[in-house]
Design a protein around this ligand. Structure first.
Ligand code: SAH
Length: 347
């Protein structure tokens, strides 16, 4: 297998190009081209032609293929992106007043098994590499012709189950000679893998951390999220408080409101008793429908009542504005794809 240049940091690229008998500064040129969404060595026109050909022989640079694109009435675009081994993931482009944002997948499929989430339905296939995540960005930037200023790692997969590639991705995307994206503009969401949370606070204190909480007690949370049996709420919340102490930044708790399950006054009261006094913010998301699942969301009014209760009792909360629901691109609606299944939809 030829090495993938998108997976290399600058010093690895330098070693690679000098190994091909070229000057070290060529590495920075390639690195910059990659951050400008280059899809082939051929496009790197300030490299000598002979060197470009050599690179194409010795290394690979393949952006994922756009297998399907859906555009929402609100401008959100959902992409099904295919990798050379046939795996495909969904990623979403969103426009906000503060800039363009992309929701990236970190794994093909997911092992976590949360009962209300589409990402887990077809099981787990494999981790994505840092280069493949950059490829998601590059493919979407090329297609939209727009730059991306914000990243949320909230697509398919559990990022802390793929810690090494995620941290390589963050270092690459943040590199001043690369995309130079501020770590403060990146949010990563976890279902609550405590060792990952602990390590992440030390490695990347500037990145925003979101925790998928979804319930105010272990009994309910374990019904929704198998991970809760291994990392129960008390330990999870203690890890979050520690994260706030180390980073000085507030943790976001994502709380999906499910009808007749976790969205009544008693649940709001219990949540307040759990969270009051900690540096946090609650993001309420009325459950988005997943066709295979019987769970139902709440209406906007009920979500607002839940929010008001939290706010009135000292816990900052908002109801998330949902983008892309009409194209199943909202939270929890992204899923694993497979090229052959989708061949009829390739445009
Ligand atoms: N595995 C990570 C990253 C996924 S982020 C995590 O669990 O945090 C996707 C977010 O959408 C998570 O908070 C997830 O719990 C939430 N979600 C999943 N299914 C949903 C649904 N049907 N409606 C609303 N939110 C959902």
């Amino acid at each position: 297998m030829k090495p993938d240049v998108q997976n290399m940091d600058l010093s690895q690229l330098e070693t690679f190009v000098t190994g091909l008998g070229e000057k070290k500064f060529r590495a920075a040129q390639i690195f910059t081209w990659l951050s400008r969404n280059a899809a082939s060595f051929e496009e790197m026109t300030d490299l000598p032609k002979g060197f470009r050909e050599k690179l194409a022989e010795e290394a690979c640079l393949t952006l994922p293929t756009i297998l399907r694109k859906q555009e929402s009435a609100d401008g959100t675009r959902k992409y099904l992106l295919g990798f050379p081994d046939g795996q495909a993931v969904e990623s979403v482009f969103m426009k906000y007043h503060h800039g363009n944002s992309i929701c990236l997948s970190s794994q093909a499929g997911c092992k976590m098994g949360c009962v209300f989430c589409a990402s887990t339905l077809n099981g787990f296939k494999r981790n994505l590499t840092a280069g493949e995540m950059l490829g998601e960005m590059a493919a979407i930037s090329r297609d939209t012709g727009e730059s991306i200023s914000h990243i949320v790692i909230m697509g398919t997969g559990e990022p802390f189950d793929n810690y090494e590639e995620i941290s390589r991705f963050l270092n690459l995307v943040h590199h001043p000679k690369g995309r130079n994206l501020s770590l403060r503009n990146i949010t990563i969401s976890t279902c609550g893998l405590i060792p990952g949370i602990e390590k992440f606070g030390k490695d990347f204190p500037q990145v925003n951390l979101a925790i998928s909480l979804h319930a105010p007690n272990d009994e309910l949370r374990s019904q929704l999220m198998p991970v809760n049996k291994k990392y129960p709420l008390k330990d999870l919340l203690a890890a979050c408080r520690k994260h706030g102490d180390i980073t000085g930044r507030r943790v976001t708790f994502e709380y999906t409101l499910i009808k007749d399950f976790n969205s009544d006054r008693v649940h709001a009261e219990e949540l307040v008793s759990r969270l009051r006094g900690s540096l946090c913010h609650v993001n309420l998301i009325p459950l988005n429908p997943v066709k295979e699942s019987p769970w139902k969301g709440v209406d906007r009014k009920k979500a607002q009542e839940f929010r008001d209760f939290l706010e009135d009792h000292g816990v900052p909360a908002t109801v998330r504005r949902e983008l892309g629901r009409d194209i199943d691109a909202a939270c929890g609606q992204l899923r694993l794809g497979w090229m052959e299944d989708t061949s009829e939809t390739i445009s």
